[in-house]
Design a protein around this ligand. Sequence first.
Ligand code: NAI
Length: 276
Amino acid sequence: MHDAVEALLDEVGVETQPQPLFDSTRLRGQVALVTGGSSGIGRAVALELARCGVHIAFCFLDSGAQSRLDAQEVAQRLRAMEVRVFFRSCDVRDSREVRDFVREVQEELGGIQILVNNAGIGRDSALWRMEDHEWEGVVRTNLDGAFFFTRAVAPLMRAQEYGKIVNVTSVHGLRSEFGIANYSASKAGLIGLTRSAAVELGPRNVNVNAVAPGYIRTTRLTDGVPSEVLDRARERAVLGRLGDPQDVAGVVLFLCSEAARHITGVVIPVDGGYLL
Ligand code: NAI
């Protein structure tokens, strides 16, 4: 039977594509929307999903020429992996921009099965010196942004009775340190949002989970955090090292895969044992 089909395909000149021997993720052909996909953890997540044949939409904050170049470079790397790509700047703090972006992704890529709420910032300061804009900027990016995206994709995921949402929170949503009241509160809030969304969307087969990275070697960290803080973080992690974006991407991929179909509402630390 198989030989007969091959012979027929030969006759009509149809080329068959080689199939991967074994793909445990079963994600090929799905569409993922990754917020903040132009650098660091978001970029690693986008590349990891694309490696499994997932079409990628990502947004980023346009903060100047370099940010646009970074985004273009990521898009180029994704396209080289033969997946479809849609990207543009979209400020996650603006609910209208978020709605428009989600609509455009659906139009351009034909749907959304996966949402990774990754865009995030920090603005550290002792809380008694923290300015309103430092508090608001962090909470609006890290928490409001994830809410806006989750709300925008929820009707679609409920209707298709399928979806995977992964929120990138932080060990600092579970345990705080000096000078990060805004960041800690936003990331703890994101854990609350993860659980609430899991409760509300679970009955329609939508899984909502979070990863809580420890100190991960991205430029944001290596350029912005004093080396003595990084040394302390390395010592505190029982594995004795900082993480790489790839370490987080692997766990996000797992949570989006069939292997994790019965997991929802959890927070997985990816921290080398920092929290122990
Ligand atoms: P990064 O600075 O390399 O990347 C941040 C991304 O978010 C960029 O693509 C940027 O354009 C985007 N972004 C920022 N504000 C935005 C806005 N208003 N609208 C749209 N996009 C926006 O940062 P990194 O280190 O990759 O962090 C990614 C996520 O991981 C963040 O949520 C961060 O809090 C979290 N995280 C990072 C850790 C680390 O050690 N690097 C540790 C724990 C959590």
